[in-house]
Design a protein around this ligand. Structure first.
Ligand SMILES: O=C(O)CCC(=O)C(=O)O
Ligand SMILES: [Fe+2]
Length: 197
């Protein structure tokens, strides 16, 4: 698991970084797919709770050979059953766009917690890969552990959204900071406790 990855030295989050997880050609191919399929992120997709994301989102089509190959590589890298994965998502952030502080797991207190978790359960791991580096801004900030991850083309960051006892880990609170110059592209893969069916 997490071959050639670097463990982020935090006692509070199980987190890994892996440079050059994707090649420049793969990054370019995914950016083209995101540009072709992007739509504004809405506050009701995925989570349904306060979802402060102003970027554009794109569900990447599993039938596309590039998407299928990367999807399989992500699961193998994390040692997870591919059946536990949500569809691979692309995000595009223009200048001024951001994804404000949030956790990727579903808040138990939220009104539609049961709707989101009934079939597949909670989110477990997040694997996010930067496809490029914007000219300024766009880092991912984990405020609780005081860690800022800088975008680099092909660099993957993976973290476990749970504590060792399996409960959601509030220390995973994070934000995609505002892009100040240029455009930022990422792909995000979320895994669940049970297959999505
Ligand atoms: O774009 C980022 O840096 C963060 C993205 C994120 O938090 C997510 O997709 O869940
Ligand atoms: Fe997130």
């Amino acid at each position: 698991m997490f071959a050639q990855a670097q463990r982020v030295p935090s006692p509070r989050i199980e987190m890994f970084l892996r440079r050059d997880f994707l090649s420049p050609e793969e990054c370019a191919g995914l950016i083209a797919l995101i540009d072709a399929g992007r739509r504004p992120s809405t506050i009701t997709d995925d989570i349904g709770v306060a979802y402060y994301r102003t970027s554009e989102t794109c569900d990447l089509d599993r039938a596309d050979p590039l998407v299928a190959a990367i999807d399989a590589r992500l699961a193998a890298f994390a040692g997870l059953d591919p059946a536990l994965g949500e569809p691979l998502q692309g995000q595009r952030y223009a200048v001024g766009q951001e994804f404000r502080q949030h956790t990727d797991y579903f808040e138990e207190a939220s009104a539609d917690y049961h709707v989101h978790t009934a079939v597949a359960g909670q989110r477990t791991w997040t694997l996010m890969t930067y496809l490029n580096a914007p000219e300024a801004g766009g880092a991912t900030r984990f405020k609780v552990i005081d860690k800022i991850v800088q975008p680099e083309p092909g660099k993957l960051v993976a973290w476990n959204n749970r504590r060792p006892d399996g409960t959601p880990n509030p220390a995973t609170l994070h934000a995609g900071m505002k892009v100040r110059a240029g455009v930022k592209y990422v792909i995000t893969k979320w895994y669940r406790e049970r297959p999505l069916g």
